[in-house]
Design a protein around this ligand. Sequence first.
Ligand code: TLP
Length: 356
Amino acid sequence: MRPIDLRSDTVTVPTPEMRRAMYEAEVGDDVYGEDPTVNRLEELAAEILGKEAALFVVSGTQGNQVAILTHTRRGDEVICEAEAHVYFYEVGAIAALAGCQVRPIPGHRGMPAPEAVAAAIRPKNVHFPRTGLICLENTHNRAGGTVLPQDQVEAVCAIAHQHGIPVHLDGARLFNAAVAQGRTARELAAPFDSVMVCLSKGLGAPVGSILAGRRDFIEEARRMRKLLGGGMRQAGVLAAAGIVALTTMVDRLAEDHANARRLAEGIAQIPGLAVDLETVQTNMVFFDITDPRWDASRLVAALEAAGVRCNAVGPRRIRWVTHKDVTAADCDRALAILQETLKAGPTSAGLGPVYG
Ligand code: TLP
């Protein structure tokens, strides 16, 4: 039987419609601005996100880091939530590439309090770095795929703008946040100077993300993408799938959210596990192991052997992510396997991968 892959929504494979669009894509050299399919994707994405212009980038990481490079100068400080992806999972790129330091602010379900952000903004002083950028993440991955309260997002952006500081949104899963609230991605992105969204997660495209913002910002971001080796030539074969992702794959994210809820409610019934149902707002379920016989890496290894793939995100914490290639029946099977595995107790000494 094929394993049920709950490691991430990044494991989704392209739909038949995407593959057809890729096969038929009209292409050109995008570094010369001559790939009509890339140009179409960038125009469509800018329109959907309510920004003047957009740039097709290789990955979410590249989109975030191109944004950070474009907004900041060396020696600047970047304020972000303490477990933000840009800080936690991007290989130290803020320091290594942009030459900036991070000011992490602990948040509630991924949202740093506007007052805490205000307090962290550096006053003008010869000793201090300049606060060059504030980053928020919606949905917030390590907080559980949680949706940021838009009134607080607006408050943070207003404070930043009063100080002349730009705000970047890591919206890798912004469409999940939008669908969960019955709002548009455009509304959620409106207060930000720049926004990155991923095409290759829940939306199912094989490769790529979008960075959007003002036209002059995107012009400079295009140079920074080139600096990072992200000028992609006949990228229309990839952009074609991105167009299908943006036009056909957003509304169905509601199914992934329903499946995550189904998983979470099942996990809540299993002795030896604990899940905070209030954090299950989109397509992720984070749960803790309270059964003292197990730790996360051992349970991940045992589940892998039983046909369920997932990641440990802490010593006793596991993440399950739903996506288009996981059905409601798969969820029920994953729950049954989890319950049986836990009950049987650890047998193997093999350790699974740890991811956080
Ligand atoms: N997240 C991946 C891993 O890197 C952890 C995952 O499996 O969830 N922002 C956020 C909020 C993300 O969750 C991710 C990917 C990225 C940016 C980076 O996107 P890619 O993987 O395309 O570089």
